[in-house]
Write a protein that binds this ligand. Structure first.
Ligand SMILES: [Zn+2]
Length: 190
């Protein structure tokens, strides 16, 4: 990422809007906005080598579903560069590899922090876990409010739900039902 280019771009946007860049509240805004986009909102772009550490499943351990609910999703819609925020539920049934629960939220955060599309975010999380854990199955559900819909006055709910089911989550109705019940029992409304 090129910090100065981002800063220059926001300066151009503000001057294009015709606002007074000498206003004390706006004077430092291009740099302040660039700092936020560079350091936080798009931090997922700064770590293309993102990896997680996995652990072997212990001998004789029966594989059962591992679920993390209410993972915060804070992302930026690629179409309008406005935030979409909500929660994810991520679950998997291990085969030979496990990952620490906190790592699941790091994976969600990594793929959220860039201009993103909610469907693609769901798919990128699933693909990453598939490649790193080779589990028996994965389920990912994201529910998020899109500010681009709320601020631009579209007159219906902005809550969007996307999901991806792989392996046993797709093929085994019992597994799927268990996952869906857990996903909707979480922080479903936002
Ligand atoms: Zn949008």
């Amino acid at each position: 990422m090129e910090f100065e280019k981002i800063e220059e771009g926001f300066r151009l946007v503000l001057s294009g809007l015709g606002v007074d860049l000498n206003d004390p509240h706006l004077r430092d805004s291009p740099q302040r906005i660039a700092r936020a986009w560079h350091d936080e909102l798009c931090s997922g772009l700064r770590d293309p080598e993102f990896r997680i550490r996995v652990f072997p499943v212990e001998e004789g351990q029966e594989p059962s579903m591992i679920v993390l609910q209410d993972i915060p999703v804070k992302s930026i819609c690629a179409h309008h560069l406005l935030p979409f925020v909500g929660h994810a539920t991520v679950a998997y049934i291990p085969d030979r590899h496990l990952v620490g629960l906190s790592k699941l939220s790091r994976v969600v955060n990594h793929f959220s922090r860039k201009p993103q599309i909610q469907e693609r975010l769901t798919n990128e999380i699933t693909k990453f876990l598939l490649e790193n854990l080779h589990p028996q199955g994965i389920g990912v559900i994201i529910k998020a409010h899109h500010l681009c819909m709320e601020l631009r006055g579209v007159n219906h709910s902005s809550l969007m739900t996307t999901s991806t089911l792989v392996g046993s989550f797709l093929e085994d109705p019992t597994v799927r039902a268990e996952f869906m019940a857990l996903a909707h029992a979480g922080n479903g409304g936002s």
